[in-house]
Design a protein around this ligand. Sequence first.
Ligand code: KPC
Length: 552
Amino acid sequence: MIDVRNPEDGFAALRARIDALGEPVGGDRGEAGEPLTVGEWALLIEDIVEKPDDATGGIYNVATPEEDDREYDAIFVGGGAGGRFGAAYLRARGGRQLIVDAWPFLGGSCPHQACVPHHLFSECARELDLARHMQGRLWYPEFDESKASILGIVELFKKGRSLPHAVMNWQSKQQLDLEFILNAPATVIDEHTVEVEGRQFRARNLVLGTGARTAYPDISGIEQNGVFDFASLIEDLDYEPTSCVIIGGSKVALEYGSFFQATGCQTTILTRSPLLRTASLHHIDEDMRTYVIDMMVDRGIVIHEGVEPLEVLGDGRATGVRYRGSDGETVEIETDFVFVGTGERPNLKLYDALGLETDDRGFVVADSTMKTSSPSVRAIGDLLGSPMEMFKARKCGMAAARNIMGEHYEYDYSEYPDFFHTTYEVTWCGLTEAEARERYPNVIKLQMPPDDSDPESFPLPAAEGSMLYAFTRPILSGWFKLVIDADSRRILGAHHVGFGAKDAFQYIDYLIRRPEGWTIDDMAELSELFLNPEHFIQLSRLRAGKQQLVNL
Ligand code: KPC
């Protein structure tokens, strides 16, 4: 056990342990009796993570009865995005909270195995794509695939991930004043009680936020070495893959597949459902889908849709995948690297004692206040199903906290801006063109490149991140569409493939979903920071003078 709250009590031993681990990054060393610095937290976390059989026990930041003797308003089981943000909100409202997490850091899978490495990989994919495309031109050397190592990039991430973890612990303790127990699994005893290392903690409410894990398909050979998901890729990869077969067509499959291919690892995607038409994704514009998939194929990714994976071949180590193609024929493909991207499911074993209602896919059922079938238990984030995105987890946590603190607050996450990466950023919100035409009689669009152009020679869109493509092979520089109801002049949907526009979609989504909406005329009033990556403002201004709106 480590108590990081009371410097007088056992703290010297902790600092001695940290001292023995070396210099913190940047020499960020704290004084005796002072709280741990970010650098010291990083050393401690890395030490624990690197030793799976570590006997350190829980890391406690729990108030003494003298400091706070109130009953807990909530115990957050899981200190990932949902738990941490929910706990912070509840604390900010004057409540008392406790987070319990089995990992030695707060922040959950995001900084450890999921969003943060994914963003690193997607940035590498984008850089590698440009370097490959520009090779031999300007100052770009011939592209050397041997230097674009999946293993090397995974190792780079693993070497650096303790620092973001450390920031989460430091911020939660020093700035947010949260109570937590880390590096110790929780046992849920009943709807008010959690046991940690033999000690029971009671609260008015439990908030469950332990996330989801990849759901492997039940096919022979899937448990062999050489088969990975987004989490085990980080923890277990110890060789350089030479080719990749991805089983599944989720966002993760598209994103990691684009990364693997960009490094030069020939990647084949085997998916039952057509890509980007899975039920967990909504509002995928058909033209956007076409551009995304065409550009993946352009980069050399092989995509087989409508197929059924039958077996991972190999004798303890994957050597190939056997699948039934869309024509019914059985096919074998050789590979030394199988990646599973079939979506995620929660593990609810921890909550057996609660008997929670679940849906037919195994997700917890909760109402819009996050309340489960057990009235004092709320569930948040990926436990509830899609969208399995950061904003939803964090806002679920906040919604749970607000309700626990006596406010009636409903969170509806049925509509939201969405995104994923290939070698591009793909971002969208609102209605597709087809959905808009079903609901409104007079729909127009602003689109680049326009339908009747030759995209190979049409040099827009172009902005930061796509200029070099625009001046060498214009079709690679992106695609976008703004969908507008010509009668009300309201913007109904926005769809973008390119670079640098993702942030705008956080705001566009909010604006177009306001009761009063957001019109082409409102858009034309904005001041574009030219070349603005999504081009929406200037194109709106070019058309807004027209009483009868038409396409552009
Ligand atoms: C640095 C960062 O935002 C990635 S890790 C986020 C974890 S948390 O803040 O708890 O949502």
